[in-house]
Design a protein around this ligand. Structure first.
Ligand SMILES: [Zn+2]
Ligand SMILES: [Zn+2]
Length: 473
């Protein structure tokens, strides 16, 4: 035959050129909207075949890169390393290049059976990554003599598993092999993982950025608490603020929306937990005092409801240690909380010269104002009155909410800064979320006609807009 007369390396070049020509034709057809004329059932084999092409191409490319890495070809061009050449020439993210090269080297050096299985499309790239990287870290602690045999044994077992199972299963098997091969090492890794935990909260322009890394135990504990609290939110008739139920077009989209809702609710739950700890005695001490959130605002602005206040930010550098915050939120927070009263004249002074400056400019540059009263942290609603409220309201007065008094705050229907009184006739228990709704979403509380202030059911809670059926009836 003709092919047998052509040297193998030339056959390889020719085959790669044909493959490139073929995939180029595919891409050109797709770009010309050929899918418009494809029938639905055709799409399945097209998708699986293209995935196979992609994976076989990746396996081939991996084998070639490993050989290139051993050659002097890229250094001859002036590059310092294969990585440097890949970063410059292949349009992948740098991290991806590092992973591709690491797997390629491992397969060529120590896992030829895995490399062959990948080239033959018996396993995929994810399996090859899991097997080579997983075994390598599992045998790291073994001595040289046992290491080679352990590699061979583990590779055989993992290839067997990978033929029929997903890469996730292969990865789980790697973990078990590691535990069996080196229990001391696994224990040391767990201790190390424990020591590597971190969590940071950083104030950014319009919120806080949370990042972190938790051990298995701590992460599981937190995930469990969040799940439980998310569930109890639903039991209490409250779902998320954002309606994610709209336009659930397909399953992937629905999954994405569900994940988004969970992440959103996690944030709400964390805020609730913090608020509860601050309102109880469970938040430790700061400078010998119960921790409290410190807000500064001028009394006149708080009463008028115009302008904004400043929320002090613990741990932030001076001059940036306050965040502007809207007045409705401040009114809500100061309804019933340990607050430190910082009443100011509203006159801003230049921090360097001490000269009085324009109030708008002063706020923009966070210049200090003259403090006329720096009161001690105190509770607005005294404990005795809180007990009477708990007896009357039995918990959050919001329709359908059954949160107990311990999870509520006392809301001033007319805020104290606007001459509202602190007595039963002006107070109602609301949980944190519903308290927010009342302050920011326009729900209103009115005294039910004919009821006395001490009678259960005193407050009627009305939605911002009457429902449409009520308009007609
Ligand atoms: Zn309130
Ligand atoms: Zn409530």
């Amino acid at each position: 035959m003709f092919e047998t007369e052509v040297p193998d390396d030339q056959r390889l070049h020719a085959a790669v050129e044909r493959a490139l020509a073929a995939i180029t034709e595919v891409a050109d057809l797709l770009a010309a909207d050929v899918l418009d004329v494809c029938s639905d059932p055709e799409l399945i084999p097209l998708t699986t075949r293209l995935a196979e092409i992609e994976d076989r191409a990746a396996a081939s490319s991996s084998a070639v890169v490993a050989r290139l890495d051993q050659s002097g070809a890229v250094r001859a061009l002036g590059y310092l390393s294969t990585r440097a050449w890949m970063d410059a020439q292949l349009r992948n993210p740098r991290r991806e290049n590092a992973q591709i090269l690491r797997t390629a080297r491992l397969l060529r050096r120590s896992y030829p059976a895995t490399q062959r299985s990948w080239l033959n499309h018996v396993i995929t790239r994810a399996h090859a990554d899991a097997i080579s990287n997983g075994i390598e870290s599992a045998v790291k602690g073994l001595d040289e003599h046992t290491r080679d045999q352990a590699r061979i044994d583990a590779e055989r077992v993992l290839l067997d598993i990978s033929r029929d199972h997903s890469p996730d299963i292969a990865r789980a098997a790697v973990t078990r092999i590691r535990l069996a091969a080196d229990p001391d090492g696994a224990k040391a890794a767990a201790v190390e993982a424990d020591g590597q935990q971190w969590f940071s909260l950083t104030p950014v322009s319009d919120g806080w950025l949370c990042k972190g890394w938790l051990s298995n135990i701590n992460g599981t504990a937190l995930a469990t608490v969040l799940e439980g609290r998310r569930n109890s939110r639903h039991h209490m008739g409250r779902t998320s603020e954002i309606d994610f139920s709209e336009s659930l077009v397909d399953e992937t989209y629905a999954d994405e929306q569900a994940a988004k809702r969970i992440r959103h609710e996690n944030a709400l739950v964390l805020g609730e937990i913090a608020a509860e700890l601050l309102n109880s005695d469970g938040a430790g001490r700061i400078n010998g005092e119960r921790p409290h959130i410190e807000i500064s605002v001028t009394l006149a602005e708080l009463a008028q409801g115009t302008g904004y206040g400043e929320l002090s930010t613990p741990g932030a550098p001076r001059r940036q240690n306050t965040t502007p915050i809207d007045l409705e939120t401040i009114r809500r927070m100061s309804c019933d909380a340990d607050i430190r009263r910082i009443v100011t004249t509203g006159i801003h002074r230049d921090p360097d010269t001490g000269d009085e400056i324009d109030p708008v400019l002063g706020r923009l540059m966070a210049a200090p104002t003259e403090v006329v009263d720096y009161g001690r942290a105190h509770r607005i609603v005294p404990p005795g009155l809180k007990r009477q409220l708990a007896l009357r309201d039995q918990g959050c007065v919001f329709p359908g909410c059954h949160r107990p008094p311990s999870m509520t705050e006392a809301h001033h229907v007319h805020h104290w800064s606007a001459q509202g009184t602190t007595d039963l006739g002006n107070l109602a228990l609301l949980c944190t979320r519903h308290h927010t709704d009342v302050h920011t979403r326009g729900w209103t509380l009115t005294a039910r006609p004919g009821y006395q202030a001490h009678q259960p059911g005193f407050w009627e809670v009305r939605p911002p807009r009457p429902p449409t059926w009520a308009d007609t009836g």
